[in-house]
Design a protein around this ligand. Structure first.
Ligand code: PMP
Length: 296
């Protein structure tokens, strides 16, 4: 089973139903135009029980994405969090990936949605990018112009850009793509944000052409706690390639080191980088084990 089997249930508009029996209308804007918003959330099996990491932040972003896209969001976020815990319990999931999707009703026109549905699904998913250092290429695809769409919304249609970029990267023999913004500055990966380390400091692209990652915000906070200087700024490809080390971060990817960008190999040994420290601290945070050392 990759995503569901005959016993899996999902949450749809207030009810739990069998995933195999769930139906959707094919005459809708979400299917045809990618006009929908979603989230990617993770739960962890911690010593305090199953915990959904940053549940509020994710459902807040889901609402904000819907508002930016003019998709109705008539849902109570606290109730959604409660139902997400129930969904995990019903499917006997502890370490899980959770996918809420807000999609639109029957309508084939290019007008704003007047009806929406929410579905929440969950399944077991290992680290999205694996745990090996990533071999990354600079994509020939740019992130979309922030004046043509809302780049800060996690909108389904935006992910066509991500699929094109990862397909190109994999066809070229790389693990992942790094996309630039319309000014050719570093933006983000297909589904993760990026940090670079140079001279004992961390740098990450400022907001504007990237998804404002919840993990990115968590890393910035961790830096404050750990007394690491972390600067948000525009980063050129040259600065990136001159960095000592770099890493991606995202809910599904967590913190994962980057071995090289195109044919430029980062000189620092991963285990000695600030990224590795952040990786350990992040793991401890999601597992609610801040007072313990964790083994990666
Ligand atoms: N950028 C993109 C394009 C993404 O899809 C994701 C994953 N949601 C991220 C960054 C990281 O965001 P987060 O840390 O909130 O998962």
């Amino acid at each position: 089973m990759e995503y569901y089997d005959s016993s899996t249930v999902l949450y749809l508009n207030g009810q739990f139903i069998k995933s195999a029996e769930a139906k959707t209308d094919l005459y809708g804007q979400s299917m045809h135009y990618g006009y929908a918003v979603f989230e990617g959330i993770k739960s962890y099996h911690t010593h305090n029980g199953t915990r959904i990491f940053k549940a509020k932040e994710h459902y807040d972003r889901l609402q904000r994405s819907a508002e930016l896209m003019h998709i109705p969001f008539p849902f109570d976020k606290n109730e959604l969090i409660k139902q997400t815990y129930k969904l995990l319990e019903k499917n006997n999931l502890k370490d899980a990936y959770i996918r809420p999707l807000v999609y639109c009703g029957t309508n084939m026109s290019l007008s704003q949605a007047t009806e929406s549905s929410i579905v929440i699904m969950a399944w077991e998913w290992g680290a999205y990018l694996g745990c090996k250092l990533q071999r990354v290429c600079i994509s020939s695809y740019q992130r979309p112009n922030p004046k043509s769409i809302h780049i800060e919304a996690k909108a389904s249609g935006n992910y066509i850009n991500s699929i094109l970029a990862t397909t190109e990267a994999k066809n070229k023999g790389f693990d992942e793509a790094l996309l630039l913004d319309i000014d050719n500055n570093v933006a983000e990966a297909s589904g993760a944000n990026i940090f670079i380390e140079k001279g004992g400091k961390l740098y990450t692209p400022s907001l504007g052409s990237i998804l404002p990652g919840i993990t990115r915000a968590t890393v910035i906070k961790l830096c404050k706690t750990l007394d690491i200087d972390c600067i948000e700024k525009k980063i050129s490809v040259e600065e990136l390639k001159n960095a000592d080390s770099a890493f991606f971060c995202g809910t599904a990817a967590e913190i994962i080191g980057i071995a090289c960008i195109d044919d430029t190999i980062f000189p620092a040994t991963w285990t000695e980088t600030l990224g590795a420290t952040i990786q350990r601290t992040y793991k401890a945070l999601v597992l609610e084990k801040q007072n313990y050392e964790v083994i990666i």
